[in-house]
Write a protein that binds this ligand. Structure first.
Ligand code: HMG
Length: 418
């Protein structure tokens, strides 16, 4: 029998502070409706230098192990997908191994391709288990990032930070992946990038949206071709994309998920055989359907709207938000997932939600994780943004979380809140 492989459980870590997005709009002299309904944001996570990618990744992994009762001796692989690592050579994964005292027998490494890095790690772990090479061990894949464009930039309201840790195993209580049916699309573009040594990303914002949509089309069509061959979807009264119970997208800002969904529907409308809307304008109108967006996408965006872009973790925050809200009713149903990373790379894949998804998500206590945050003023946010990255403020970490305490001889030293 073919192995069932996928995501058994997840945990989320967020920075300890956030700003209200309307406060940010007012401070920038912008109509708050542009950030709330124009971009779909409510709140934005704010980090300080002590809450770096290692600290967030270690906190998420420690939480996963503790909440879900993972036996560390069963972990055979630890991957961190990130584009905001802390060293050109030493991976974040090695810090997490040391901080959590995880087995020295594990394979550890980081994966990077902008926001796609986490999915690259997830697929490496999934295929390692599916091939049998994992020999019964489980993998932890952590997607951890801090999205930073800088004060007074167009990207500013789409910043954020955090980490999602995924337990990948042969017991996919959250999501059993349709291994091998993934569709991929890659293009050499400069839509968003961060040259070595720069703290803030550079971005060609509107062009990046077009690149996302073009790569999505390629990846979705690639998945659809295989899904049709395997009888997972078919051309019938409903379009193939509509046969997925829900679709979680990479969410750089929430409105992007709406644009992505319209594009996915356009792919189906353009490729459908038989009668349908005849003109591009008519197809565009059908593709934009609010009813379809509300039914297939809207419920996944609760966490993203309160945290902001978390690059590699954004898709997995959407998955977490979806299963938190609808884990029970989605049990045994197939959903689609679209990962996008600038530069660029898109991957569309699918999986079946597990019977125990709601129970696993309850243990992740996502409401509690968000409720422990502190709302800060725009003045405080700006002060934190201006702090040098190598001089963390003295602040005791909350119980169960990690912080960078100092950098000595170019080595980073972390403390754990007891
Ligand atoms: P902007 O140019 O300031 O905003 O920046 P805009 O003028 O495009 O307005 C945004 C939306 O608000 C528009 O809606 C406006 O109509 C609306 P749309 O037409 O697109 O549906 N709007 C209003 N709505 C209500 N009331 C109002 C109002 N005014 C305007 N008063 C931009 C927007 C996204 C470009 C900017 O924030 C940015 O550069 N962000 C960063 C780049 C980004 O997120 N790109 C997404 C695709 S690339 C990607 O996802 C990869 C990434 O995650 C990185 C990685 O892979 O590592 C970024």
């Amino acid at each position: 029998m073919k192995k069932r492989v996928g995501i058994e459980a997840l945990a989320v870590a967020v920075p300890s502070r956030y700003v209200d997005i309307e406060d940010l709009a007012r401070a920038r002299g912008v109509d708050p409706a542009k950030f709330t309904s124009g971009l779909g944001a409510r709140e934005m996570a704010v980090t300080d230098p002590g809450e770096d990618t290692v600290a967030l990744a270690a906190t998420a992994a420690a939480r996963l192990i503790q909440q879900q009762g993972v036996d560390p001796s069963r972990i055979g692989m630890l991957v961190v997908g990130t584009e905001t690592g802390i060293d050109h050579s030493k991976p974040v994964a090695s810090h997490v191994q040391g901080l959590l005292k995880l087995p020295r027998t594990m394979r550890t490494f980081d994966t990077q391709h902008a926001c796609y890095g986490g999915t690259a790690g997830l697929m490496a772990a999934t295929e390692w288990i599916a091939s049998g090479a994992g020999a019964g061990k489980v993998a932890i894949v952590i997607c951890a990032d801090i999205a930073r464009y800088g004060l007074n930039t167009a990207g500013e309201p789409t910043q954020g930070g955090g980490a999602v840790a995924l337990l990948v195993s042969e017991q996919p209580d959250l999501l059993a992946l349709d291994v091998g049916l993934n569709g991929t699309c890659t293009m050499d573009v400069y839509d968003f990038w961060r040259p070595v040594g720069r703290r803030e990303a550079l971005v060609d914002g509107h062009y990046s949206i077009n690149c996302y949509l073009e790569a999505l089309s390629g990846a979705y069509r690639g998945w659809r071709e295989k899904a049709l061959e395997h009888g997972l979807v078919r051309w019938s009264g409903t379009m193939p994309g509509e046969q997925l119970a829900r679709i979680a997208y990479h969410v750089p800002f929430c409105k992007m998920a709406r644009k992505a969904h319209t594009q996915l529907r356009l792919c189906d409308l353009e490729d459908a055989v038989g009668p349908g809307p005849g003109t591009p304008e008519a197809r565009e109108e059908v593709a934009k359907s609010s009813a379809s967006y509300d039914a297939q996408v809207a419920t996944s965006l609760g966490l993203n709207s309160r945290i902001g872009n978390v690059y590699t973790a954004s898709l997995y925050l959407a998955l977490a938000g979806l299963l938190q809200r609808e884990g029970a009713q989605l049990a045994s149903q197939r959903i689609g997932l679209l990962s996008y990373g600038s530069g660029c790379m898109a991957e569309f894949y699918s999986g079946v939600v597990g019977e125990k998804a709601a129970e696993r998500m309850a243990r992740a206590d996502l409401e509690g994780v968000l409720a422990r945050r502190e709302r800060v003023s725009i003045e405080e946010y700006e002060r934190l943004m201006k702090l040098p990255s190598d001089a963390p403020e003295a602040k005791a970490p909350a119980p169960g979380t990690f912080r960078l305490s100092e950098i000595r001889d170019h080595k980073r030293i972390y403390v754990e809140g007891g």
